[in-house]
Write a protein that binds this ligand. Structure first.
Ligand SMILES: [Zn+2]
Length: 104
């Protein structure tokens, strides 16, 4: 990486751009997201605008992830539960989650 590119990256960061984990499909350099949501490669000048795909990390999991977590909790309660009605309720919930996971 030459000095110009490093300078360009520094300039982007100073302007409030964020370095992404994503790499430039053209040259493989790390991509930056500018304040206006434009994705820019400081190395080769590749740009793309996308708003839908940008998700802030660690906010909400995918539907499947959430279901899988709930399933885990349900299985834990099932293991502890000794109440027939409660077990029945838990099993029903597990069955529904299984169906939902299959559908997604
Ligand atoms: Zn590039």
């Amino acid at each position: 990486m030459n000095e110009d590119k490093v300078k360009e990256m520094a300039k982007l960061l100073l302007s409030g751009a964020i370095m992404l984990a994503e790499q430039c499909p053209v040259c493989g350099a790390p991509l930056f997201r500018l304040k206006d949501n434009t994705i820019k490669c400081p190395s080769c000048g590749y740009t793309k605008t996308e708003k839908k795909e940008i998700k802030p990390k660690n906010t909400i999991g995918t539907e499947k992830e959430i279901l899988a977590k709930k399933l885990e909790l349900l299985l834990q309660s099932l293991e502890k539960s000794q109440d027939v009605n409660e077990i029945r309720t838990i099993l029903e919930a597990i069955r529904i989650i299984h169906e939902l996971i299959k559908e997604t």
